[in-house]
Design a protein around this ligand. Structure first.
Ligand code: SF4
Length: 317
């Protein structure tokens, strides 16, 4: 059910989402989130590379994700004191990343193999060399695509990264992981991990996001994982069942009504609220009782409508 965003509804949602944000222990949560690896770096070029790696590997169980990102970074550390220094040793100026691929040859995470991760890191580092930073490469993609859509700009940014990193051609049956590691946003993929990477780089520094790119957060799109999809349905932002780009746009448009300048600012808090796993997407008193979203949840009647019903039911005298 999609609920119309009337002014009273918007005000109630703003209040409830602020309560969610206030309720989440961000520091404790960050230590169990892949973004913690990004905060561990001191230089922006290293932060960009680690963010790209950590976001794109953020697929599956969080404990495994943290172990896999750590594994790649530890391998890089054998060749340089920071990730970009190591990549400069392992990827030559002509783009030959065979030493990097050899370093990761036995790496595997879900459908991703070492060659896929090597292509991602080599492409990222070569983009940095060409433009000065990944932020500058993205800004170039933004201008080149008409400054209309972050998804379009991301698609172009990824095309360039794929070419530099020598990703295999799309449809190569031996390298399905490569196209999954860097999905094609232009083809409608939800690309939640790419939107997450963008959020980390763009949103103002708040202890989670880092705000190192000069780009307006107003253009960001929500990364739709299972948790955000669930909460968006509970709040009446969408009734779509897929995690496509269309769904991400629909949910972001609803959030934009609450905060046009920073529509995805509640992403981290909402995601971590749902990660607790209590919500069953139905009204269960013992679960919903303490939920900060209860006043605006579609599975509960709004207090106003209850009052209206009671008024309607009252016998005439
Ligand atoms: S009120 Fe209940 S159903 Fe609604 S979001 Fe919270 S836990 Fe889920």
């Amino acid at each position: 059910m999609v609920v119309p965003l009337t002014p009273p509804r918007i005000a109630a949602l703003q209040e409830a989402l602020a309560a969610v944000a206030a309720d989440v222990d961000r520091v404790a949560r960050r230590s169990r989130d892949p973004v913690s690896f990004v905060h561990a770096e001191e230089r922006d070029d290293d932060r960009e590379i680690v963010a790209l790696l950590a976001a794109q590997l953020a697929f599956g169980n969080v404990t495994t994700i943290l172990a896999k990102v750590d594994d790649v970074l530890n391998r890089l550390k054998r060749h340089g004191k920071t990730p970009t220094v190591a990549l400069d040793v392992l990827v030559d100026p002509a783009g030959d990343g065979s030493r990097l691929a050899a370093l990761l040859v036995d790496f595997k995470h879900r459908v991703f193999i070492g060659a896929d991760v090597a292509a991602l890191l080599a492409g990222g580092r070569l983009l940095q060399r060409n433009y000065g930073s990944l932020g500058a490469a993205f800004a170039h993609a933004w201008r080149a695509t008409g400054e209309t859509s972050a998804a379009l700009a991301l698609a172009r940014f990824c095309d360039e990264l794929r070419a530099l990193g020598k990703f295999p051609p799309r449809g190569d049956p031996t390298r399905r992981g490569a196209s999954h590691l860097l999905p094609d946003v232009a083809r409608g993929a939800g690309a939640k991990r790419l939107f997450l990477f963008l959020r980390w780089m763009v949103r103002p520094s708040d202890g989670i996001d880092l705000g190192i790119w000069d780009f307006s957060p107003a253009h960001l799109l929500i990364p739709v994982d299972t948790h955000i999809h669930k909460v968006a349905r509970n709040l009446g932002f969408t009734d779509r069942n897929d995690a496509s780009l269309t769904t991400a746009i629909e949910i972001t448009n609803a959030l934009r009504a609450l905060d046009p300048q920073d529509p995805v600012r509640f992403d981290f808090s909402l995601c971590h609220l749902m990660m607790k796993g209590d919500c069953k997407e139905e009204a269960i008193p013992e679960i919903c009782e303490g939920c900060p979203l209860r006043p605006v949840c579609c599975h509960h009647e709004a207090p106003a409508s209850k009052t209206e019903k009671a008024t309607r039911r009252r016998p005439r005298t």
